[in-house]
Design a protein around this ligand. Structure first.
Ligand code: HEM
Ligand SMILES: [Cu+2]
Length: 535
């Protein structure tokens, strides 16, 4: 590597921690997210060990509550929401549109610092004593009964919210203003459409969460009656505010994943994405309709029956654009020349797991079913199929796909495929039994349960052990490849995106000459020979 690239321009700590290069900031996020993923994962491991037997033998109920709260808070706010947008997105967006950087490079760096400040604040709350409200901070528990670290944990989430908003703004402005000549909206890769839709949600929904957390703090500190009926508040108000943010937020956790899948499916089946415009607009439709269904989390809360019926109906509507996407991926695969490289294995796993997660969402959107299934393991299985089977799987797929671009090196294809298969197997073994547990009536968030549920719980914990090992594997072979892997060329997959038209890893300002776009995206036709990639 004779010419300097973004990794080799400078080696000092200062050059990393004060960088405004989106690619380096992506790496900063990447390292931070690995850290949070492990903390969240450690809590999950403890939960699954505890649940392997019906008695309480590892932790007390009090600690158990703190464990699943910590798991949820860390995974949702400090892993899933920032995962694809802030690492893969940060790295790829300017490259994909042929720009030198994001529109606001310094704001981008500041977003990372804000994110870390939020993360450390929340971690402090957790290690100083923990929070036992569950990730939803439901009142009156979070304002009246729970221990006093609620405010600190909520403050951390509040701070991280600003990072989300700023990143969203940065992406929106970048995609509007910095596209290369010729890169019209309908030539934009679908990953960018999905990140655009995600950014709209980030900007519009996150402030609602911020306000809600301020209201909790106000009630706890000053005794102002907002949510507590004894002093004139309304606990349902909290749920409305929380889910008005958090339902759209679940789409923050899946839209970027869907975007990655478009890139992978077309590249590894060597075909254009079927129904490009439908897929593009489906992202925005999901973002828009996603704001209208929050009440499906409140079917048993005592909201009016009419409201529940409307929310139920709307939930079925929001499933339509997701279904369009699944249909279009399948149609893209149809008669494609499919290559089962590791990223493609992740993509195929995503499509299957997301479909199961989405369909069981429809079960839950059905009022009569949800009254029985709410707060059971059925719900836990549903959202893990989407958030872990979907988003985390897509994250891994995208990471493998763009890894040669990010590092200039190839990972071991053998180990990558092995890990992908193990993750798929371990995942299903962990979470499928939870549908059965839920259908049989096991409630979520209990650490002691009747012995007849043990069989499924043991299977689930066994699966979790496999999953844990499988998730550790990429850390090893990717880490190894970053230093010792075979060199990658500029475009090892023969892919069409602009990001492949610059060297791997890219130089500091991405392109030596400004690229010009003359074609629609995904102009794949027929077969390809990928670079040999034995590490
Ligand atoms: C597409 C990505 C989706 C994600 C990431 C997601 C995530 C989640 C999460 C995290 C919860 C649990 C919230 C809690 O802690 O109580 C949940 C519950 C629920 N989801 Fe989804 N979901 C998705 C799609 C859907 C779809 C498409 C539908 C319906 C059409 C749906 C319907 C529901 C319902 C009704 C509940 C409430 C269940 C209950 O608590 O009784 N979800 N989902
Ligand atoms: Cu929802």
């Amino acid at each position: 590597m004779s010419e300097k690239n973004y990794l080799t321009t400078d080696y000092t700590l200062k050059s990393w921690f004060l960088t405004t290069d989106h690619k380096r900031i992506a790496i900063l996020y990447f390292a931070s997210l690995i850290f949070f993923f492990f903390i969240g994962g450690a809590a999950a491991t403890a939960i699954r060990i505890e649940l392997a037997t019906p008695q309480a033998d590892l932790v007390s109920s009090d600690i158990y509550n703190r464990l699943f709260t910590m798991h949820g808070i860390i995974m949702v706010w400090f892993f899933l929401i920032p995962s694809i947008p802030n690492t893969l997105g940060n790295f790829i967006v300017p490259l994909m549109i042929g720009a030198r950087d994001l529109a606001f490079p310094r704001l981008n760096l500041m977003s990372w610092y804000i994110f870390m400040l939020g993360g450390c604040t929340t971690l402090f709350a957790i290690f100083a004593g923990g929070v036992d409200t569950g990730w939803t901070f439901y009142t009156p528990f979070s304002t009246l009964y729970s221990n006093s670290y609620v405010i600190v944990a909520a403050a951390g989430v509040f701070i991280a919210g600003f990072s989300s908003i700023l990143t969203g703004l940065n992406f929106i402005v970048t995609i509007h203003r910095l596209r290369a000549p010729g890169l019209t909206w309908y030539r934009l890769p679908l990953f960018l459409w999905s990140l655009y839709a995600t950014s709209v949600i980030l900007v519009l929904a996150t402030p609602v969460l911020a306000i809600t957390l301020i209201l909790i703090a106000t009630e706890r500190f000053f005794g102002v009656g907002i949510f507590d009926p004894r002093i004139g508040g309304d606990p349902l108000l909290f749920q409305h505010l929380f889910w008005f943010y958090s339902h759209p937020a679940v789409y923050i956790m899946i839209l970027p994943g869907m975007g990655v899948i478009n890139e992978l499916v077309s590249c590894y089946s060597r075909k254009q994405v079927f129904g490009y415009k439908f897929v593009a607009w489906a992202s925005l439709a999901i973002a828009a309709v996603g704001f209208l269904v929050w009440g499906h989390h409140m079917f048993v809360s005592g909201q009016s029956l009419v409201a529940s019926l409307v929310f139920s109906f709307m939930s079925f509507i929001v499933a339509v654009p997701s279904a369009i996407k699944v249909f279009n991926w399948t149609a893209t695969l149809h008669k494609g020349s499919i290559h089962f490289d590791a990223p493609m294995l992740y993509a195929l796993a995503f499509i299957g797991l997301f479909t199961i997660g989405g369909l069981t969402g429809l079960f839950l959107a059905c009022l009569a079913f949800d009254v029985h299934a709410t707060d059971t393991y059925f719900v836990v299985a549903h959202f893990h199929y989407i958030m872990v089977g979907g988003m985390v799987t897509a994250y891994f797929g995208g990471l493998h796909y763009w890894w040669p671009k990010m590092t200039g090196r190839h990972y071991s294809e053998y180990w990558a495929r092995t890990a992908a298969v193990l993750i798929f197997f371990g995942f299903n073994l962990t979470f499928f039994p939870q549908f059965i547990l839920g259908a049989e009536g096991m409630p979520r968030r209990y650490h002691v349960y009747p012995p007849e549920f043990q069989v499924w719980n043991v299977l689930s914990s066994g699966g979790a052990a496999i999953l844990a090992v499988a998730y550790l594997m990429p850390l090893l072979y990717l880490g190894y490849s970053a230093f010792f892997g075979a060199r990658a060329s500029a475009n090892p997959w023969n892919a069409t995106g602009l990001e492949w038209q610059t060297s791997s890893p890219p130089p500091e300002f991405n392109f030596t000459t400004q690229p010009v776009v003359t074609r629609a995206p995904y102009q794949y036709n027929g077969d390809f020979q990928a670079e040999p990639q034995n590490a």
